[in-house]
Structures are given as C-alpha cells and as structure tokens.
Design a protein around this ligand. Structure first.
Ligand code: F0G
Length: 401
C-alpha cells in the first residue's frame, strides 16, 4: 500500500488522488510505501528476470501493467575510457536500450498504467523529445489518446518521428520547453487530461528502478552515480529508490549522486555551487544537447536534496565536451548515445581532472538515450560516406591509395 505525501509539509493524500503538487503548500509529492507491510523476499526477487517489473512490490501498479518490456538494460564496463581517465571501475548503464530508446519508458510503463488504474482516458506531456516519444508509444499500447507539446524547432528528429508514428497529437509551441510545460499543466487542469511529465510522482517510481538494477547488476553499491540533469526527475528518482533499498536493509550506504548539466543550461549547478535552497531559472537555456535544454527544472527541490544528502555534486560541461564524449563512447566503447547522455560521462572526465572524483571510486554513469534519437547532430560531426563507382579499382583506390 502507498500514499502520496508532500515532501515539504508532509500532507498526506489518498492513493487515488489526481494530484501533482501539494494542495496545502504547492510543493512536490512523493509516493510513500509502508515498507514493513510489503514482505519482500530478496531471494524471490533475485529469481525473477531483470526487468523493471522485478521490483513490482515497490511500484504502485496493482493490476496488469501497460508494458513494452522495459528495463533490464546493460551495465557496460567502460574499459578503454576508464583506462584513459585512470578510472578502473567506470561503468555506463545504457538506458538507450529501452523499447523507445530512452529511460523515459520506465516512467511511462508505470505512469500510463497508473493513468488507467485511476480511470483517466487521455494523457499529455510537454517534452524536449524523449518523453513525448515514450508517452506516444505507451499510450498506443494502452489504446488511449496522447497530446504532446514540443518546443518548436528544438527537438531531435528521431524523437519527433517516434511521437508522430506512434500516433500522438504533436503540437510544436513557438517557445522553449519551460513554457510548453506551463501550458500543458494548465491544459491538464482545465480539460482533465492526465499529466505525465516527471512532476507526476508515479513516473518517478518507474525511473527509480535504474538504481535498483545497478545494485543487482553490480552486486554492490557504487560510490557514485552520475546522471545528466534536465527537469531533474531522474536523479531524484534514483535517489528515492536507493533510499528504499536502505530502509529495506538491502544496502547500507548511498552513492554520491552527481548531476551534470550543459554549460548554457545549468540552474542546478548554480544552486549547488552557490548553496541556494531555491533555484534561479535560466531564462534562455541553450545547448546542443536539446534533451536537457531546460531552464526551470520542476524537480529541483528533490534533486538538490538528493545531491546534498549523499555528498554528491553538480557540474556543467560545454557542448564541445559533450560531443567529444559522444564520439569517444561510440568509437572507443561501441556505445551509441545521444548528446545529453554523453554529458554524464563528460562530467566524469571533468570532475576527475579537477580532482573532485577519486580514481579508485566505482562510478556508474547513466547514459539516458540512444544515438539514433538525434541523427542530425551525429551526421554533422562525421565525414560523409565516400561515394565511388561500382568497380574494384575505385574501391581499392579509396582504401589503399
Ligand atoms: N537525458 C535525456 C536523453 C533526456 O531526454 C532527459 C530529459 C534527461 C537526460 C534529463 O532527465 O529531466 O529527469 O533530469 N528529457 C525530458 C524529455 C525533459 O522531455 O524528454 P531529467
């Protein structure tokens, strides 16, 4: 059994309340379980396949979920890059290997299942791309309509293609993500659509399983988990899930939660560096990593707690550093990710060079989305294919002359 609890004033709401913020004080809500009553048997869990649904006792969905078989993503050791950076225990959890190519599927399998459980008949979100692609796919699976609002001209091609092909109503707003999120929140309130941005506490329940899988795959708690930060939901979710593992007695410490933002869009980094309790939004966020081009992250309050309570940190990386790491992951490790995802590993490079990260730490970087999400940024960085006449001499001349 679970309740919805305000993270600030502690107000407590019934599990079937359609609420995204505390009615009393306006702060964020979290799903809270009575862990003592759950009777989780670790051996039973371990015998289940490694998917998000291994952890179903720690999820709010009661019936059959709307699932596309998400989770169970690979945890790759980064051997070559680790050697280059002097980090022998460096890993990447490749969330781009989920059904729609990003970690958002973990949030949406739970979020769309909850929409049905709560009797909602249509769903909506604002998105920098991946959330819209994922929502469109899961709404299609559930057989309900989806509306997605995107910042016009600022969403990577693969993501728009997915949202369109899965049949969502795709609307491009002539402004940035933060404005689109404001608009969709109003729309959901006035017209009864179910809001599936990461302000929805059920979505974060799905995403927290990233951290639980890491524990099971590594067989230990990493010293540090590094995530790219946009709307700041994912880092908050992973921290929450690992906190529940502590409360259940499955682990005895938390990793240092470390958030990486792009230089042109770094309100969380500023808040951490300046010791602020409340974040000052970035007015005009800008970065090549369009997934994290967000100036006013709605989950900032949860994320700042996650970082501070675990002795973690936040740092920003330039677009050049992001693209260089995207190429390094692709060419030195065979791992194809989109720019925002490369930000986490680029952040590790920066933090190890500045001495913040110790070389003997076990570090798990979450790489959040697949390379194919943003083909245009990839193509712009690479030499075009070499076109030749269809004969052996031409082939040999481009290879060996
Ligand atoms: N990486 C990728 C690939 C993303 O798509 C996002 C967020 C993030 C990282 C940041 O995660 O928001 O939980 O801090 N994308 C959202 C979207 C905002 O609309 O697809 P966060």
């Amino acid at each position: 059994m679970y309740r919805l609890v305000c993270i600030s004033c502690g107000a407590d709401y019934a599990p079937d309340a359609i609420l995204y913020r505390c009615e009393r004080c306006g702060h964020l809500l979290a799903v809270t379980y009575d862990l003592d009553s759950l009777h989780i048997d670790r051996a039973v869990w371990n015998a289940r396949p490694l998917t998000l649904w291994r952890y179903r006792e720690l999820l709010p969905v009661s019936g059959d979920p709307v699932t596309l078989q998400e989770g169970g993503t690979p945890l790759y050791p980064l051997t070559r890059l680790g050697e280059e950076l002097g980090l022998p225990h460096l890993y990447a959890k490749h969330e781009g290997m989920n059904p729609s190519g990003s970690f958002k599927d973990r949030g949406m399998t739970v979020g769309v299942s909850m929409a049905l459980q709560l009797g909602m008949t249509s769903v909506a979100c604002a998105s920098t791309g991946n959330t819209s692609a994922s929502l469109a796919a899961y709404a299609a699976k559930a057989g309900i309509p989806a509306v997605v609002l995107l910042p016009a001209g600022k969403v990577a091609l693969g993501k728009v293609a997915q949202a369109l092909m899965h049949g969502a109503k795709v609307i491009a707003v002539r402004d940035n993500f933060d404005k689109a999120l404001e608009m969709v929140q109003e729309l959901c309130k006035s017209h009864g659509l179910y809001l599936l941005n990461s302000i929805n506490p059920f979505r974060l329940e799905g995403q927290k399983t990233i951290g639980l899988e890491v524990i099971d795959q590594l067989g230990d708690v990493p010293d540090r988990m590094v995530l790219p930060v946009g709307n700041a939901g994912n880092i908050s979710a992973v921290h929450k899930g690992l906190g529940e593992f502590i409360d259940l007695g499955f682990i005895d410490r938390l990793p240092m939660m470390t958030g990486i933002q792009a230089e042109g869009s770094r309100p969380v980094v500023d808040a951490i560096e300046q010791g602020l309790c409340e974040l000052v939004p970035t007015e005009h966020p800008e970065t090549i990593a369009t997934a994290i081009r967000i100036g006013a992250p709605v989950n900032a309050e949860k994320a700042l707690t996650a970082i501070r309570a675990t002795g973690g940190t936040a740092a920003s990386v330039t677009d050049e550093e992001i693209l260089a790491m995207q190429r390094d992951l692709a060419r030195k490790e065979g791992i194809g990710v989109e720019p925002a995802s490369a930000a986490s590993v680029a952040g590790v490079r920066k933090l190890v060079e500045s001495g913040v990260i110790d070389r003997d730490e076990t570090i798990v970087c979450v790489v959040t989305g697949h390379l194919l999400k943003d083909p245009e940024t990839v193509i712009r960085q690479c030499e075009p294919p070499i076109e030749i006449d269809a004969d052996a001499a031409s082939l040999l001349s481009v290879l060996y002359s």
